[in-house]
Design a protein around this ligand. Sequence first.
Ligand code: DLL
Length: 430
Amino acid sequence: MYWQPEQERISRSELAQLQLERLQATLYRVATHVPFYRRKFKELHIDPDGFKSLDDLRSLPFTYKQDLRDNYPYGLFAVPLRDVVRLHASSGTTGQSTVVGYTQNDIKNWSDLVARIMTGAGVTKDDVVQIAFGYGLFTGGFGLHYGSERIGASVIPISSGNTKRQLRIMRDFKTTTLVCTPSYALLMADVMEENGISINELSLKFGLFGGEPWSEAMRNEIQDKLAISATDNYGLSEVMGPGVAGECQERHGLHINEDHFLVEIINPETLEPAAPGDLGEIVITTLTKEAFPVIRYRTRDLTRLLPEPCPCGRTFTRMERVMGRTDDMLIIKGVNVYPSQIEAVLLEVEGTKPHYQIVVERQGRLDKITVMVEVIEAIFFDQMKKQRQFIDLIKHRLATELGIGVDIKLVEEKSLERSEGKAKRIIDKR
Ligand code: DLL
């Protein structure tokens, strides 16, 4: 049920007190040990000792990904390297990579927080957990690995890739819990089908998926194909990695580990707090990190808080599944759209497969968007007229749900690139 029941069911008033104390300690730590924060606080006349209320948080400066890049590799560390026992880094596909570090104590906390999420999803020491996230500088593999070991589950550290071997091991080792990105889970389901492996040969019960946005329709698809209960978990390397938030078995929003992370939802344009329950960017302040604390980190991830109490008994606030990153937002004919919204609409249509890509091109001064979606053979090889009708149906659904018209291109099954990690949904040709 719970991994750390006392913490996970802490009263809201005790939590607020704990958060304040931990925030004060964190501010003291960064002001003392990180020149970047010391300088910023000085510029803004912030006295870390003068922090008396969580409401004061708003007076603190934001931290941006660019700040991490500017301080590459170790400039934002709050402890000497001799106290750092682990380093991870982001891939840096869009620029200089960013490096984060962990003390022994950070690793212990990280393991416990991931253990909470795994326990919340239903995993126990009796489970066999196959970790098909990449091991390496990416935080997914090691993060889930340490959490699984912490609860005493049997861990298979297979890493990502070599899908046929994944399935063979899944069958032979009697894996009960699959851990990877949702798109890799789907790829596994497809390869299973292709190789005539029946779900009855497997022992799967749970799937813990994260690392990229996915829709409820995608969850249903994965749950059906793999006969599992699938939960979502969220995190980012700059803040820790996986372990920031995860769904319990209610599967209605992700509990945020609020005793370790202080979150705000802001309007990314005005930078003001979003109205309660409104969609906005989640901004995170770490409360216990020693090696790499961050203050008001601009995640670029969009979500909203669900403040109603959860029937599971955890008192931590839930956040809705992350809809996408502000960087991935498309502006189609003046309307803001995220790939996950398009996904949700596509998958509702009978005959589509859960594989799609959004191609963005420049046409004159406007952006042109074409959604490529895989469809079942019957539709792909249908007469032109029927195909036309099918395309019109999708266009109509998108127009009703999102208020936009886009071009749709039907493609044959298995023609779009598959992903063993995070799927690439947008092909930007501009
Ligand atoms: O993806 C950490 C992680 C690994 C989380 C495994 C969960 C499971 P990064 O590579 O730094 O770290 O990427 C972080 O991925 O800012 C989100 O945009 C996105 N992301 C992560 N989890 C989710 C999720 C890891 N459950 C970035 N839903 C984040 C939607 C997610 N997006």
